[in-house]
Design a protein around this ligand. Structure first.
Ligand SMILES: [Mg+2]
Length: 381
């Protein structure tokens, strides 16, 4: 079997898909994207395709090595995301070639279902209480929330209290038997993060995510030690080498993104590295259906998996939904906030190719919002 063609599709709301074709008619799908830089990743995918055209798609690890390291310069979001999407597509082909889901190739299932959380949003505690209640009624046992918008670098008591009030409102709706995770999104300054961790401790969040921006790795250890709340991060780390200092700093939950961190091949290794440090895997996935499918394949085969992010029905998927691009969206239907084991070959989904081609003709130009402080200086989103 040889790879004959690699195509990319820029699909709303903000994703990029790739399709790898072989001379035996088997197809693999991947989702190589960095949100807001889809066009840059697209260019990288087509550059890397030179490695793949004419090659055996089943030599996944060799292709991963060459694509990741063969350009001499390596790492970073654009390259690692391009490799990630192509790696997903190669695993999809490998599963289809053998007639099994990818997790069977990764050692077989280690669990019967995958627990997922739902996002809740809102500025006012009342709104968050209602949204949390709605997710409880939908069957979810965990939710995640941002808890703060733009914050002053040294927040006053009113700003700090507002964050605590929002998390408290969610906790109230959830009760002690469900979980709330809080994403600081790298938008909370180091001094604010330290204070908030102490203030949030009585509400027992499942974890606090990205307490600081990823380049502030030197501060992570002191944030781990600031409270007993488990610290999560990793959506902006792209390899096991990037993750090592986070693990050494005592991060409890590793959150690589299947579409950013070198795909299924590398996320498996990041999970194994996390296991050495007693940390758990919670794949980041506010992305599309292929990325979620790849996440699930890893989740079902990974012993130290914790919980899965997903963005079905989320507010920013404006115009197009994750389920729109699938022939049978039932593979992502939740029962009690859980996803069942996909049994289809490869990634376990059937992409609606006509829909994808049509969506690519519209394309998108999604960008991260730019936030500013009242004095017009840049603020982290
Ligand atoms: Mg996050």
């Amino acid at each position: 079997m040889k790879i004959t063609r690699v195509e990319t599709f820029l699909v709303p709301p903000r994703w990029l898909f790739c399709r790898v074709e072989t001379d035996e008619g088997l197809l693999g799908w991947g989702e190589p994207v960095i949100e807001g830089r889809a066009q840059s990743v697209r260019a990288a995918v087509h550059e890397l395709a030179e490695v793949l055209i004419g090659a055996d798609p089943l030599r996944i690890e060799d292709h991963w090595q060459v694509m990741t390291k063969g350009g001499f310069y390596r790492g970073g979001p654009v390259l690692a995301s391009a490799v990630a999407g192509l790696d997903q597509a190669l695993w999809d082909i490998a599963g289809k070639a053998r007639g099994v889901p990818v997790h069977e190739l990764l050692g077989g299932p280690v669990r019967e279902y995958v627990r997922a959380y739902a996002w809740i949003g809102g500025d006012e505690p009342e709104q968050l209480r209602e949204e949390a209640q709605r997710q409880v009624e939908a069957g979810f046992s965990a939710v995640k929330m941002n808890a703060s918008g733009r914050m002053s670098p040294i927040a006053g008591p009113g700003e700090l209290d507002a964050v605590v009030a929002r998390v408290a409102a969610a906790r109230e709706a959830l009760g002690p038997g469900r979980d709330v995770a809080v994403d600081f999104h790298g938008r909370v300054s180091y001094p604010n993060a330290r204070r908030l961790l102490t203030l949030l401790e009585p509400l027992a969040p499942m974890f606090v995510e990205e307490p600081v921006v990823p380049e502030s790795m030197a501060q992570v250890r002191s944030l781990v030690e600031a409270s007993n709340i488990p610290i999560a991060l990793g959506e902006r780390l792209y390899s096991r080498w990037d993750f090592l200092p986070a693990m050494q700093a005592g991060v409890a939950v590793a959150q690589p993104d299947l579409s950013h961190a070198g795909g299924i091949s590398e996320v498996r290794r990041i999970a194994a590295q996390a296991e050495v440090f007693g940390a758990l895997l919670a794949p980041h996935c506010p992305l599309g259906p292929i990325s979620l499918a790849a996440s699930l394949q890893v989740a079902f085969a990974t012993p130290n998996f914790l919980i899965q992010e997903q963005s079905i029905g989320i507010h920013y998927n404006d115009g197009n939904e994750l389920l729109d691009y699938l022939v049978d969206p039932a593979v992502f239907s939740f029962t009690d906030g859980r996803l069942a084991r996909p049994v289809g070959a490869g990634l376990g989904i059937v992409v609606d190719e006509a829909r994808v081609r049509e969506a690519d003709r519209r394309g998108h130009n999604w960008r991260s919002p730019i936030w500013r402080y009242p004095d017009d200086s840049f603020a982290e989103w």
